[in-house]
Design a protein around this ligand. Structure first.
Ligand code: PYR
Length: 311
């Protein structure tokens, strides 16, 4: 029987709700939005409100809210946004212990109800949280994926498009490494209309764009005053879900489990991947210069520091 895909979104806050709405608008599947029992009614309310946008926007997708994981049974994809977000003055790493507990309990429920699903993790600090979900789930590495690079690259592309006054559609980029301030935007592999950025933008302007990209999450945290970004993070998650449920084999940066790639072992880190029906189908190994390698090593060391805090 032909059935719609089923996509569960864990965490009904701004990020989870925005993700659910975008998934439905794109008709990627029926969506189940999950939050804790104390939030059951507000979550049901958000879901119903989104569902009622369907006739206006013309999408056919069911959206339900729940605090009961049995309602997520046999999901094809589960997106994890649950946990606490950064407040001004907090680093992503400050969140590690609280969110690790959340990841463990959420993952148990996901595995019990959807043993064959693909999991995409957004919760920060996302590299270490993806690792936590991987270990807790016992799933193969191709089915546990973290989101950071699509978002970081989207920020980079936004700033480049503004700088050149060109369509964002014509700007590509590649941000590697951990989702922290020492992430590695690979300018050498970034283009506008197929032209290398280094030919289009003076070095000091490029350096400023790289710096703004690295601090892009913090820029939003400071402006919001009480929480962190959610529109662009949600859009980034949805692009990854779409690549998997439509078997697009997109070339997108993912947080992937490395077993020797780029010289790293036993760590989740942002790298270029091919995303399709089997989740991470391949890790693409780019040639890096010595400087780029050193930057990636520094970023990986930051992720390892966070992993030391894991219980
Ligand atoms: C970001 O905006 O980059 C987050 O990590 C939330």
């Amino acid at each position: 029987a032909m059935k719609r895909k089923k996509i569960s979104v864990i965490g009904g806050g701004f990020t989870g709700a925005t993700t659910a709405f975008l998934l439905a608008q794109k008709e990627l599947g029926d969506v189940v939005l999950v939050d804790i029992p104390q939030m059951e009614n507000p979550t049901k309310g958000k879901a119903l409100d989104m569902l009622e946008a369907g006739p206006v926007q013309g999408f056919d997708a069911n959206i339900t809210g729940t605090s009961n994981y049995e309602d997520t049974k046999d999901s094809d994809v589960v997106v994890i946004t649950a946990g606490i977000a950064r407040k001004p003055g907090m680093s992503r790493d400050d969140l590690v212990q609280i969110n690790q507990k959340v990841m463990k309990s959420v993952t148990k429920e996901i595995v019990k109800n959807s043993p064959n699903c693909y999991i995409i993790v957004l919760t920060n600090p996302v590299d270490a949280m993806t690792y936590t979900v991987f270990k807790e789930s016992g799933f193969p590495k191709n089915r546990v994926i973290g989101q950071s690079g699509v978002l970081d690259t989207a920020r980079f592309r936004t700033f480049v498009a503004q700088e050149l006054n060109l369509s964002v559609k014509d700007v590509t980029g590649f941000v590697l490494g951990g989702h922290g301030d020492d992430m590695v935007p690979l300018v050498r592999y970034s283009y506008a209309g197929g032209i290398p950025l280094e030919k289009l933008i003076p070095q000091e302007r490029l350096d400023a764009i790289v710096e703004r990209t690295r601090k892009g999450g913090g820029e939003i945290v400071n402006l919001l005053g009480n929480g962190s970004a959610y529109y662009a993070p949600a859009a980034s998650l949805v692009e990854m879900v779409e690549a998997i449920v439509k078997d697009q084999r997109r070339v997108l940066p993912s947080i992937a489990y490395l077993e020797g790639e780029y010289g790293f072992e036993g760590i989740y880190l942002g790298v270029p991947t091919i995303l399709g029906k089997d989740g991470i189908e391949k890790i693409i190994e780019l040639d890096l210069t010595e400087d780029e390698k050193a930057a990636l090593e520094k970023s990986a060391n930051s992720v390892r520091e966070v992993m030391k805090v894991l219980a």
